[in-house]
Structures are given as C-alpha cells and as structure tokens.
Design a binder for this molecule. Structure first.
Ligand code: 5GP
Ligand code: ZN
Length: 114
C-alpha cells in the first residue's frame, strides 16, 4: 500500500472514519464533508488508484462495490433514488487517489453535474 494514501490509512485503522460496512473486499465510510444528506464512500480494501485501472479481472470487486452501495442506499432510506459517482483524474475532480464510489442521496440531484 502507498504509505501516503489517505484511504489505505483509513482501511488500516490509522485514521478514524465512521464505518458503515466492512468485508474482505470493500469498506464504506461517511464522507467527512457531505454534499447531500447521505454521502457515503464505498472503496476497495486493496489500493486501486482510480476507475482508470479497472479491467476484466475486477468483476468481483465491482459487483461488491455496487452491491454494498445498493444495500446501504436501502438502509439509508433512499427509496426515492440516489446517485453513484466516481471521479477520475484532474478533470474528473478526483482529490484522493484511491478508487471510491460516492453514494449520494436524500435530495434531488441536478444534471449535468458541475
Ligand atoms: P474525490 O474528490 O477524490 O472524488 O473524493 C474524495 C472524498 O473524500 C471527498 O468527498 C472528501 O470530502 C472525502 N474525504 C477527504 N478526506 C477524508 C477523510 O479524512 N475522511 C473521510 N471520511 N472522507 C474524506
Ligand atoms: Zn490507497
């Protein structure tokens, strides 16, 4: 793991976070700066820099990331709908270089995003 990766340090328990889920492949935490009433980050336990690194071998991981997001969306009461976003690189607005899905809900989302 890159020693300076914030989310690897959260996975390792070196930095505290409000954990909503943990299994062998993924964890889910509340975003420290929520952009919606529900703002959860679902991320792989192993370091993956971004969605740009994903390929055919990552099907199990992707299924788990999306599956956990769906379970948490239901648990958070987001029956009216929700959004999953993953930012990639500078133009995508990525600020932490460890793959994560933003699960956003609890308000109506605008489109197109900023
Ligand atoms: P990105 O900008 O890479 O798509 O998303 C990174 C997210 O991580 C941001 O929404 C930001 O608020 C969140 N974040 C940054 N530092 C921390 C932290 O220390 N703990 C938690 N829980 N979230 C963080
Ligand atoms: Zn990492």
């Amino acid at each position: 793991m890159p020693a300076d990766c914030l989310f690897c340090r959260i996975v390792a328990g070196e930095i505290p976070a409000a954990r909503l889920h943990q299994d062998d492949l993924v964890i889910a935490i509340r975003d420290i700066n929520p952009q919606a009433p529900t703002h959860v980050l679902v991320l792989p336990v192993r370091h993956v820099a971004s969605a740009a690194e994903l390929g055919d071998d990552d099907g199990a991981l992707l299924g788990r990331l999306f599956g956990v997001a769906a379970v948490l969306a239901a648990r958070e009461g987001l029956g009216n709908g929700w959004r999953l976003v993953t930012n990639v690189g500078t133009d995508g607005g990525q600020s932490v270089d460890h793959l994560h899905l933003h699960l956003l809900g609890g308000r109506a989302m605008g489109w197109p995003p900023g």
